[in-house]
Write a protein that binds this ligand. Structure first.
Ligand code: 4NP
Length: 146
């Protein structure tokens, strides 16, 4: 299974989602490939936001080696599932889909809820981590049966 996590900046939420999904899939004995990307180009080439790195580290997950990149259309070929954090990400990525097969790969990480952007609020990083962790657990439960 190849999974791509997508948010706006690819420095706060999707790096956490990449790290958490890598960690949990490994813990569950699954050989999954997990990556992340952003729809905005401000931080390309940078590492994750320090607040995300610290929050992940507090939970035993090292995301410090990740490098920010843009989502690209070829990601639809590369990945089986593309999980987005909020409705804007959903609109942006759906807008880049070339056909119905691409569209079918795109889902909100939390199913029908959004992962809010913590960029402007330091206090949101821990709750965002918890939401992402819960979402990843549920995704593993549903995909491992396939
Ligand atoms: P992210 O958060 O989408 O969770 O990575 C953001 C990071 C940076 C910006 C916006 C959102 N920005 O505007 O630079």
């Amino acid at each position: 299974m190849k999974i791509l996590m997508v948010c706006l900046g690819n420095i706060c939420r999707s790096p956490l989602a990449e790290g958490v999904m890598q960690h949990l899939s490994k813990e569950n004995g699954l050989d999954w490939h997990v990556d992340s990307a952003g729809t905005g180009n401000w931080h390309i080439g940078e590492g994750p936001d320090r607040r995300s790195t610290r929050t992940a580290r507090n939970h035993g997950i090292d995301i410090s080696g990740q490098v920010c990149r843009l989502f690209r259309v070829s990601d639809f070929d590369e990945f089986d599932r593309i999980f987005v954090m909020d409705k804007n990400n959903l609109k942006d990525i759906l807008g880049m889909a070339r056909n119905e097969d691409d569209e079918k790969k795109i889902k909100l990480l939390l199913g029908d809820k959004i992962v809010p952007d913590p960029y402007y609020d330091d206090q949101q990083f821990e709750p965002v981590f918890k939401m992402i962790e819960q979402g990843c657990r549920e995704i593993i439960e549903s995909l491992r049966q396939n």
